[in-house]
Design a protein around this ligand. Sequence first.
Ligand SMILES: *Cc1c(COP(=O)(O)O)cnc(C)c1O
Length: 502
Amino acid sequence: MNRELYASLVFELSAPGRKGYFLPDSGIPADGALDGIPSGLLREKDPQLPECDELTVVRHYNNMSTNNFGVDTGFYPLGSCTMKYNPKINEEIASHPAFSGLHPYTPACASQGALEAYWHLQKALCEIGGMAEFTLNPFAGAHGELTGLMVIRRYHESRGDTGRRKVIVPDSAHGTNPASAAVAGLEIVEVKSRPDGTVDVDDLRPLLDESVAAVMMTNPNTLGIFEKNIPEIARLVHEAGALMYYDGANLNPMLGVARPGDMGFDVMHINLHKTFSTPHGGGGPGSGPVGVRKGLEQFLPSPRVVSRQVNRDDIPVGEHERYALEYGPESLGSVSATLGNFAVQLRALSYILTLGAEGLMEAGPLATLNANYVKEKLKADYLLPIEGVCKHEFVFDGLRDKSTGVTTLNVAKRLLDHGYHAPTIYFPLLFHESLMIEPTETESRETLDKFVEVMRSIAREARETPEVVINAPLNPPVTHPDDTEAALHPILTYDELLNGKV
Ligand SMILES: *Cc1c(COP(=O)(O)O)cnc(C)c1O
């Protein structure tokens, strides 16, 4: 076992008999406490618990926490994932005992306040997306895509139009788009991008016929380029009887600028954990609400939270609104055991209300300004395959000077030595050396300037002392893990570690 790679486990710090607590004598004899418990339910051996003093435990957890990296420790320009700052007031709201103590199956009559918050978020997202209704039930972006495609399938079936089995996806799409279409039992057809990074309408036109259920698009797309031809594409798609699906995982650049519903999209999802600020490093937690235009709301998953006028003798009509759960007969059914990830929803509502309409309207333009600022400052050193104004993010195709032998992976690892999280690399798949940068609107000019300086210094190193970049990183606790081995044979338990799988 390579000790250098692993911080000690708390079990390894354990010493027999060492304690960090003093419990008073319960007064119940050890055997007596077990009276009445069937012997089959009693453990045969004592549990294997670490025995440590308090100081050891405090140091252990504090040291582990500093081996981590997050937006709260440094700049995190991860393209396609929107690692923006997560305001702490969101955490306070989400962890308020009135919310956090609520059991997920509390009946509607005893959770009116929570349902009211939920309903307001649905309405806010309708306003932001230009949609008629939203469900907050899906647990992630990909889960939202699946739900949205199920709505679309339901729509076609409701009209007796059952031959539509294809989903058209651009070659620049996020990997979850084709994956979700496949899970929804649909066939994927790829449409090409033009050299300017936008969908090729001439390539799309002949693909549109009565076998197509939907076209999935991301706008701005994963290259950070605004798809200018959406109105024409929407017209062609609708003429062919198919629906337009909008991947709104990163809605940042659109906030306050444009709405998918106004562009002709019928169904969309939003990643609350990206655009509306929930810490989501390491794969969670998430929430992927799905919005639909008027005429599709009856197909949304059940239950839905609705607000209805109370019409009872003891309450004057129109004075009280009550929030209720609705199970519609035409609904596609349930996509989650509960109403979704409530803590993430609360953070999003808190973020939206804190910024207000005015603040939200500034987020998109600022995110775009920051991305263009960094792009323009770096394009002398890094290869910019698509010139022009980008939106919230942009993609370099590695270093401009291709003679140094330094790859995008090397640049990303060298950034770790400087205390930055690496950008997204080798995605999108359109270029060999993709390096995708998304600064977000929450970073200051000083932070961006420092990042630019470091990126330039790495380009200089690549020319002058390439081996320094190629051998990076030197500073992090783990420096050169074997990526392939880690993917093929991950070590997931302590036993595997001890038994020399390393
Ligand atoms: C992140 C992302 C998704 C998937 O969202 P998850 O919550 O990770 O499932 C889909 N599309 C785009 C463009 C994304 O950036």
